[in-house]
Ligand binder design. Structure first.
Ligand code: WTA
Length: 633
């Protein structure tokens, strides 16, 4: 803790000096920067503005030059258990071939490339190849539907899409290329000139001559070396879409220099990554965790990491533990949802209990994506960490680029359920609605008082929305608004995140906007008149999606209600993706509304939870509706 305090003091005494020092130590610059922070156009902050670099050079070439060419960069384990590895030299060569291939198709600096592929060495190489030529990638999670994929392609104006014929998860072959075809056919994606297709299963897929290119054929003719495009530090490295409180997902834009710095720095300090570690982050590259802690952070440090194609429950719920044993994983980073579902599985079946496996290689455990409840924390600590591994409960967001509040292992005394203290240099605080600091022990709104290098730069194509969402006038535009509530412990000052303060749900660690799901439901114009979506607590997924629906026909009951609910669930799955399917759907003749017509969501939240309504309902237009909605329980 003395070392932690020293870093915090260094940042407090000379904020720019602190970040400048770390940026020189961790990032290799082509042209060194002379200025750390430009805040003249706040909140559009610029970091290391006059420096140039290449992120892929930092993650690959630099390690080969340091003598790590033969070191394993990636251990890939396929769904069926087959293992393939790539050394730094091999990953560099693969990235260069793909970068050359993209260039040969005319893709250049500043172009956007959408990547829609499952967990694979190709996926990581595709992101690195974009970074190498200065193209801005936007990875879309393989579980998103054609409609969601189309919206993202259209919003980015991508010139190319990189995908695979299929993906394999849990023993099943699932489409990728077919969904890309469907997305492009929906229209609005005229910017796309090429679709690059990796062969994963060899399945027969549609092929449009002139547009579609087999990746293996494209790569066959390409050189193993490729001069990186040296870009300015602020050059957009990637766009990643995430849910906010309005209907339309927002393209969070990250820069190159500052982002890489924080991805590398947090991997180094939060995971204490050492040369001989085997690091495993179980996130998908379609989410920000996979960007920072698979594609960029660990590779920037020359680490060895696992990339896993499959799911934690296939062929059985012992898969994670079996893989930790097999690959001697030393640092393991996963989500509370996974832990909770594996606790359930282990309690029901001795054979998949972690005690059946040798987990002695582990030294650090991590948690991310949602609050970890103390019971799951204890189980993780005892049964996975053998009571000896520190757990780093890392709070951060797509917008923050890397860890914001987290223990540093071995230094910060741990408290289950608390993400403890801000990462050195991050000025996290809790304030009230007017921006005034609240005393410890009193909950409030989580903000960050100073800009930091890996922060969101803007929302792609919508700078006004960026300002409104993250630098609202309530705080005079001065503080970054995270969108979460938090409370600090009276004695220790430790932070505990109390959950979102906006209309964003966290289902299995996935962010979902309630408005997004409502829009999907009402877009079924034949059936649905009106819909309201709220969250309710769920033992496994953290939160579950509950939809209240008014149909254009009389309220269904019994079998008919079940049938329509199933149809609507599938509809949402098609509109957004399976992760957005409501768990509960209830039908009513109407929704609880105020006399001015506003839906009273807090009442719906109580009903969804199965709670008695104790709130004031005097402003309700139609109080009888509450009883009807509660009955459909
Ligand atoms: C939540 C994922 C409590 C929070 C990296 C945040 C957490 C949202 C934690 C961001 C944590 C993430 N404890 N809550 N350790 N980590 N969250 O953008 O509500 O997918 O705002 O980024 O997840 O989700 P996102």
């Amino acid at each position: 803790m003395a070392a932690y305090d020293k870093l915090v003091a260094e940042a407090a005494a000379d904020y720019q000096g602190y970040w400048g020092r770390l940026a020189r130590e961790l990032v290799s610059w082509k042209k060194p920067f002379t200025k750390v922070l430009n805040d003249s156009d706040a909140p559009f902050f610029k970091w290391f503005e006059d420096g140039t670099l290449n992120v892929s050079y930092n993650c690959l070439d630099r390690n080969v030059e340091r003598g790590l060419g033969d070191k394993t960069a990636i251990i890939f384990e396929a769904d069926d258990g087959k293992v393939t590895t790539a050394s730094y030299r091999q990953l560099l060569a693969q990235t260069c071939r793909l970068a050359n291939g993209l260039r040969s198709l005319g893709v250049k600096k500043g172009d956007r490339v959408v990547i829609y592929i499952s967990m694979s060495i190709e996926g990581v190489a595709a992101m690195q190849a974009c970074a190498r030529i200065g193209a801005t990638h936007s990875v879309v999670f393989g579980g998103f539907s054609a409609q969601s994929l189309r919206d993202r392609i259209a919003d980015t104006g991508a010139v190319a899409v990189i995908t695979a014929d299929q993906q394999v998860r849990g023993g099943k072959q699932l489409p990728l290329k077919a969904i890309v075809d469907e997305a492009l056919a929906l229209g609005g994606c005229e910017s796309v000139r090429h679709v690059l297709v990796a062969k994963r299963t060899g399945a027969d897929v549609g092929f449009q001559a002139g547009r579609d290119v087999w990746l293996n054929e494209l790569l066959a003719g390409q050189a193993d070396t490729c001069e990186p495009e040296w870009v300015e530090a602020e050059h957009p490295l990637f766009l990643l879409y995430t849910s906010g409180s309005t209907g339309k997902p927002k393209g969070v834009q990250h820069a190159s220099g500052g982002y890489l710095l924080h991805a590398a720095l947090t991997t180094k300090w939060t995971f204490d990554l050492k040369d001989d570690d085997i690091f495993w982050c179980t996130a998908d590259i379609g989410w920000v965790t996979g960007h920072s802690y698979i594609t960029y952070g660990p590779l920037a440090l020359g680490g060895t990491e696992i990339v896993f194609e499959g799911v934690p429950t296939y062929p059985d719920a012992g898969r994670f533990w079996q893989m930790i044993q097999k690959h001697k994983v030393s640092v393991f980073y996963t989500a509370p949802t996974a832990i909770r579902s594996l606790i359930k599985a282990a309690e029901g079946n001795e054979a998949v209990h972690p005690k059946k496996y040798d987990l002695s290689s582990l030294r650090i455990l991590g948690s991310v994506g949602e609050p970890i409840n103390p019971a799951a924390w204890e189980w993780y600590h005892q049964h996975i960490g053998g009571g000896r591994c520190p757990i780093v409960d890392t709070f951060w967001q797509t917008e923050t680029g890397g860890h914001m509040i987290t223990p540093l292992p071995g230094a910060t005394p741990l408290v289950p359920g608390s993400c403890t203290l801000p990462f050195p240099g991050i000025q996290a605080a809790i304030v009230d609605e007017t921006g005034k600091d609240v005393p410890n022990g009193q909950g409030g709104i989580l903000v960050v008082k100073q800009p930091w290098p890996s922060m969101i730069r803007t929302i792609w194509g919508d700078p006004e929305r960026f300002k409104k969402s993250y630098y609202p006038e309530d705080f005079k535009g001065k503080y970054y608004l995270a969108g979460d509530g938090a409370i600090r412990d009276e004695k220790t000052g430790y932070f505990t995140i109390t959950g979102r303060i906006d209309d964003v749900l966290n289902v299995s660690g996935h962010r979902m906007g309630t408005m997004e799901i409502e829009s999907a439901l009402v877009s079924h114009t034949e059936l649905v008149a009106e819909a309201a979506v709220v969250g309710r607590p769920d033992d496994t997924t953290g939160e579950a999606i509950c939809a209240f629906v008014v149909l254009k026909r009389p309220r269904p009951t019994g079998e008919e209600a079940k049938k329509i609910a199933a149809e609507l669930r599938n509809w949402v799955g098609k509109e957004i993706g399976p992760i957005a399917k409501p768990k509960d759907i209830r039908f009513g003749d109407n929704l609880p509304k105020t006399r001015s017509g506003k839906i009273m969501r807090r009442l719906l939240r109580s009903i969804a939870k199965g709670e008695a309504i104790t709130q004031d309902t005097s402003t309700l237009e139609n109080p009888a509706i509450l009883e009807q909605l509660a009955q459909t329980n």
